[in-house]
Every structure is written in C-alpha cells, then in structure tokens.
Design a protein around this ligand. Structure first.
Ligand code: ADP
Ligand code: MG
Length: 468
C-alpha cells in the first residue's frame, strides 16, 4: 500500500525554516530538491557528499522536527547525491580524486597519490596564471583546513553550483592562494573551464590601465567571459572605489550566469574597511571558509610532504624539531626547510639535528614562534639545576644559584623580546646592569666551553616544549 506523499510537508517546512534562518544561511544550505517519499521517509537530493554531510550535521534534526510539527508523523529525511550539471559544461567523469577522499578529511587521504591528475596536468598546456604545483595532491589536509579543503574540492568538481561565491580567508602563509589555485588547476584539467586567476592588486592595475587606454569594454568582456574567476587578496580593494564598482558588476554578470567566483582575503569580510556595502554583501553571500594555523601533527605531515617533493633526505628528528619550533604558518615552515636544504647543498653535508639547531636558531628564537614567558624559563632552568624557582629568582648569590640564574637571563635575552630592565624586574627586582653582566658571563663561558652550548640548546628546547 505504498501511497505516501510528503512533498507538501517538505515544502512547508522549507518555508518555515526560510523564515527562521538568515537569508545567507538558507541560500547556502537549502540547495536540496525533493525527490520521492516512502513509508515515514522522504528523499531529497543534494549536490555532493560533502554537502550532504554538512547538511545532515547542521540541519537534519531541525528539518525532521519541523516535519513532525507539521505532519504529526516522524518522517525521516534521507539524502541522495545528484550532481546537477552546469549548463555550459559537459560532464566529464573523473576517476582521479575518489569521492571517498572528498568525504573523509583524514590526513592520510591527502597523502594518496593521484597519478592520473598529475599526468593530465602535465599533458595539458600550462594555464599560465596558475602554479602547477598548487594542486590538491600537494595540499596536506589537517584539522585546521579540512572544511575549507573539502569545500574547495567540491567546488572544483561542480563549479558554479553549490558554493557560489566562495571566500577563503585566513592569515598570511596559511595556504589561501594554494587552495584557490588548486581549485583552478583541477577544474582546468577536468572541466575544461575558462579560468582567470588574478590578484586584486593586478585586477585594479589592469582596470586603471583600461580606463587610461579607453579599453574598458575589452576589460569587461575578458572578465565576464570567464567560467571561473579567482580573485586573490581582496583586502587590497579597500578604498579602491572605482575598482570595487567594476568588480561588483563583473560579479553580478558571472553570478547570474552560474559561473564560479572565488575570493581570498586575509581577514573575515566583516573586518574589511572602506568597502561598499553592496560589494561586501556579495562577498558574504555563498560560502565563507577560514584557514587556521596547522597543529604540530599537520606541520610534520606538511614538512614530510615537502621533503618528499624535493627529493632530499632530512631525518625525521629534524622534521620534528622544525615542526615543533615553527608554529606561525606554512610559509615559515617551508622557509626553514629551504634554509636547511641550501645549507646541506653548500656544505655537502647531511642535515643533522645539531646543524638544524644551529642553522635555525634565530628563526626558532624569534618571538613570532613562541609565547615563552620568563616564568617558564625560570621554572625549567631551576628544575634542570635542581633548584627551587624561588631561589632562582631570589637574592642568594652562591655559585650554585648564580650560575643557573645567569643562564636563565641569557636564555631570556635570546628567546624573548624583553628588555634587560624588564628582565631585571622579573629576576627579583634586579637592576638592568645585573642582567647585562649575567649575560656577558655566559657569553664568555660559551667561548671556552662548547658543552655549555649544548646545555643551553637543550634548555631552550625544554622551554619551548613546556607548554605543549
Ligand atoms: P597565503 O596565500 O594564505 O598567504 P600560500 O597559499 O601562499 O598562503 O601558502 C604559503 C606556502 O605554504 C605555499 O608554498 C603553499 O604551497 C604552502 N602551503 C600552505 N598550506 C599548505 C598545506 N596545507 N599543505 C601543503 N603546503 C601548504
Ligand atoms: Mg596568497
């Protein structure tokens, strides 16, 4: 007797939810189409597995609750994936990035080699504006970026449908450009899209040039003919009123034609200043995803991947050391690795833990990489020399106490930004000259006793590990 039809309840619950959610949220996530009903269940289609997982997690309970209130029956919602074809593109079936690796953001999935895609990129002409190595294969997915990365993969597979526009934001060196270009590279290879990548700065310059040369029509045509427009670093547009205006119109033309638009920004749109309200609302429409700094484990995975790509040998303990000490962003991680590789090539010696420590000492010590407090330094040094923390800070001047105290002062000078005056205060209200004197003593001893250097490095490592 299967004569169930819940479509009317479905439609009504959508109306209710539409009234309850923000316009943006509704437009973003309720891209679902009613398919069919069964006994106490109804099936709706969604554009991708990623989308399904997000909607299930965010709204399934709420939708089912609304359905219950309307129908008095416990109707379950099931999701079916149905790729809605982009009007202009032929569907190209791809076996390269398996849906499984899109659904489940694990680190190992990102390490999977997808030879086919790499090969195809090689076979195809260079895009010209996209870096070849900015691919999903080369992008390590961790907890800091999995939402953004999976949304990016979904976009590359179905441009112009579910997540349009998309804005990727986050601090410097966290992979915004890489991820944006990875979308471009994949869509370029698999979909044959006309892709334009440009920084907001160059977009501005080109526009200014076009006005000067009376070629604005050509400029407009170029951008409005793209299937996918990638504009990097839109924070640059602040105060550029005429360019904002132009981008607004470009946006509308592309958006209305279901063309994919992607932006990156170094902060959330809400924090941009001097931006026209209507352009701001366009940036905020669609999907906004952020990139966070990577965790220690992800940093190790990224370094391992880069080492592999460069075909050099760097021992695991060195990778761990760098990952431990460089926490600011991926660009800084890469820079440290490059420095080690350059050193190894110049000296024709393998990279060891010791050389890595020496070479990267300044980088590790930079205040950007750690929020070490004086208290941590004092505690670690005191413990190392079997002293009490109070004694280390206190007034005693016996050799057993003053030498560790000088070491603590020296390390504090090396790895923090505190002045000698501030350090004096922290060391029992001493004068800044006492701190300078203490540091000098250690410097003199370092010249005579190489083993002291090892001790200090060991202590610095303990200090940096103290909080993790
Ligand atoms: P942003 O545009 O956010 O400033 P980039 O995209 O230029 O950052 O990334 C800086 C560097 O770090 C690039 O070389 C990029 O390849 C690398 N990178 C960033 N995130 C990752 C990641 N998750 N996996 C691998 N490399 C990454
Ligand atoms: Mg960038």
């Amino acid at each position: 007797m299967g004569n169930w039809d819940y479509e009317i309840f479905w439609k009504e619950s959508l109306n209710q939810l539409k009234a309850e959610l923000s316009e943006q949220e509704f437009a973003m996530w309720f891209n679902m189409a009613y398919e069919t009903s069964g006994e106490l269940s109804l099936v709706v289609s969604v554009p991708s597995a990623f989308y399904r997982d997000q909607v299930k997690q965010r709204y399934q309970e709420r939708i089912e609750h609304t359905l219950f209130e309307l129908s008095g029956q416990h109707i379950q919602v099931e999701f079916e994936i149905k790729q809605r074809k982009h009007p202009d593109h032929k569907e190209i079936v791809s076996s390269h990035v398996s849906p499984a690796s899109i659904d489940r953001p694990t680190q190992s999935s990102s390490h999977k080699k997808t030879e086919g895609t790499v090969q195809q990129i090689k076979d195809r002409e260079d895009h010209g504006q996209l870096r070849r190595d900015y691919t999903f294969e080369n992008f390590v997915i961790g907890e800091n970026n999995s939402f953004a990365a999976n949304a990016a993969i979904a976009i590359a597979k179905n441009p112009g449908t579910a997540y349009n526009p998309c804005l990727i934001y986050g601090g410097v060196g966290l992979g915004k450009t890489h991820l944006m270009q990875a979308i471009g590279n994949l869509a370029w290879v698999e979909k044959g899209c006309k892709i334009i990548y440009i920084t907001a700065e160059n977009f501005t310059n080109e526009f200014v040039e076009a006005i000067k040369n009376s070629t604005t029509q050509k400029f407009k045509n170029k951008y409005r003919n793209a299937d996918m427009l990638l504009i990097d670093d839109i924070h640059f547009l602040q105060k550029k009123n005429e360019t904002q205006e132009e981008l607004f119109h470009t946006f509308n033309a592309l958006y209305d034609a279901n063309k994919q638009i992607i932006f990156t920004c170094d902060r959330p749109v809400s924090e941009l200043k001097n931006l026209s309200e209507r352009l701001r609302s366009r940036f905020e429409r669609g999907l906004n995803v952020d990139l966070q700094p990577p965790s220690y484990e992800t940093r190790c995975a990224i370094l391992s991947k880069k080492v592999e790509a460069r075909k050099v040998h760097i021992p695991a303990d060195v990778i761990n050391l760098v990952a431990k000490n460089i926490s600011s962003n991926v660009r800084d991680l890469e820079a440290s690795l490059t420095k080690l590789i350059a050193y190894a090539e110049l000296t024709k010696k393998p990279v060891t833990l010791e050389t890595a420590q020496q070479q990267l000492r300044d980088t590790f010590g930079s205040p950007k990489q750690n929020n070490v407090t004086i208290e941590t330094i004092q505690k670690v040094v005191a413990e190392y020399f079997s002293l009490s923390y109070t004694d280390l800070k206190g007034k005693k001047r016996t050799k057993a106490v003053s030498f560790p105290r000088q070491i603590a002062m020296y390390i504090a000078r090396e790895i923090t930004e505190y002045s000698t005056t501030e350090l004096g205060m922290e060391f029992g209200g001493r004068d800044h000259t006492t701190v300078m004197h203490g540091c000098q003593k250690i410097e003199e001893r370092l010249k005579m006793e190489p083993s002291l250097e090892t001790t200090i490095l060991k202590l610095e490592k303990l200090i940096k590990d103290y909080n993790s």
